[in-house]
Design a protein around this ligand. Structure first.
Ligand code: UD1
Length: 359
């Protein structure tokens, strides 16, 4: 059996790594790894592949950046001949980035089976490009690997046949469980006892200069009381440079994007995480670290109902009061989320192998 995996952007790598490893342990499975090149900076891609101990990609499509239409179309036209030539039995796509939907579209037109890892998440906010990517990818997929019960229910509600849906748990947590012990070696010696860790990259936060300025001013203010570490995504770095804003006051430390292990060490020790990332809502819930999410909604509601996540939206005064509350020791307690146990990829491998008879 030949399984071809498609990755392209930073959050794909932590999801694909455990699935590649689980399938590598099964005899008779040939695997191909295709990198679309959606993320191309070394600190957004190569360092992740190395630390996650992934095999080097068999091919990099080098698509680079562009508008959504251009980037998606470029991935499709470069990926189509790869599928035609290599004829995989199954293509696995991950998460909700443009590479995910582009690959799923190509495969469905070529009638090659597609499996979507992290299926069924919904924010019900179609202004998010990722929501469109999620809905389309799920409609096109033959195997839908759901991380949680809400995802499973969303898929059924959208009319997807129950026989295609497999609730396997969260592959990102597989990687976290595996690498958490190793990440402790990456903890900087000079970390203060209490600090906030910030990441921001959603267009809704960083592409609106008035809001981005307001947010950064608030962070500078908060940094008088609490050190703030802010590894900056390239897109955000560009937007901040356009603001002509003095961020060097207080203890707000803007830094280059961190590697997986460095970042995990920072995340685990943080007093509070402030973010608009999807994956970090999950990781903080697992780690029991308070998370304030700068979004109006989330496609991962289980992190709010059972985890440590809290939606802050665009409310600066709520952000400040929640930071104060957390600093006073009044934190939300998380309960373990079913199937977020480090074994999701093994369950995916079992489903893939079981489905061989359909080929
Ligand atoms: C993409 C995903 C988003 C995911 C995020 C993780 C889509 C629609 N969005 O957003 O869901 O949460 O990745 O990071 O797929 N850039 C670089 N170097 C790189 C990559 C990007 O400088 O290696 C810059 C470019 O200016 C580019 C911009 O970042 O235009 C945005 O990159 P892009 O891949 O379009 O989307 P992300 O914002 O990274």
């Amino acid at each position: 059996m030949h399984v071809l995996h498609v990755v392209g952007a930073r959050p794909n790598f932590m999801k694909a790594a455990p699935v590649l490893a689980a399938l590598a342990r099964v005899s008779g499975v040939q695997q191909t790894l295709i990198h679309t090149g959606q993320h191309y900076d070394s600190n957004m891609s190569d360092v992740f592949l190395q630390q996650l101990e992934m095999p080097p990609p068999d091919l990099n499509l080098d698509v680079g950046s562009g508008s959504h239409a251009r980037q998606t179309a470029e991935i499709m036209s470069r990926f189509e001949p790869v599928v035609t030539e290599r004829r995989p039995d199954l293509v696995l796509v991950y998460g909700d980035v443009n590479s995910t939907v582009a690959a799923a579209l190509v495969c469905s037109k070529l009638q090659v089976r597609v499996g979507h890892v992290e299926a069924g998440l919904r924010s019900r906010d179609r202004s998010m490009p990722e929501e469109i990517n999620r809905i389309i990818t799920d409609q096109l997929s033959d195997l839908l690997f759901a991380p949680s019960e809400d995802a499973d229910q969303n898929l059924r509600r959208e009319g997807i046949d129950a026989s295609k849906i497999h609730r396997v748990g969260n592959v990102m947590i597989d990687t976290l469980v595996r690498l958490l012990p190793r990440s402790r070696r990456y903890k900087p010696d000079d970390l203060p006892a209490r600090y906030a860790l910030v990441t921001l990259h959603r267009p809704s936060n960083v592409d609106d200069p008035i809001w981005l300025r307001e947010l950064l001013v608030a962070l500078v203010e908060c940094s008088q009381d609490l050190a703030i570490f802010f590894p900056v995504h390239p897109r955000t770095r560009q937007r901040i440079s356009e603001l002509d804003l003095q961020t060097a006051n207080g203890r707000l430390c803007l830094m280059d994007p961190k590697s997986y292990l460095e970042f995990l060490a920072l995340q685990q020790g943080a007093t509070v995480v402030i973010t608009d990332s999807g994956g970090m809502q999950e990781e903080t819930s697992f780690l029991g670290v308070p998370c304030l999410t700068l979004r109006e909604n989330t496609e991962r509601p289980i992190t709010v109902s059972q985890g440590t996540n809290q939606l802050i939206g665009r409310d600066i005064s709520l952000l400040k009061s929640e930071i104060r509350r957390i600093l006073s020791g009044d934190t939300k307690k998380a309960s373990p989320i079913p199937l977020w146990d480090g074994h999701a990829a093994e369950r995916i491998a079992k489903v893939v192998i079981r489905g061989q008879h359909l080929l």
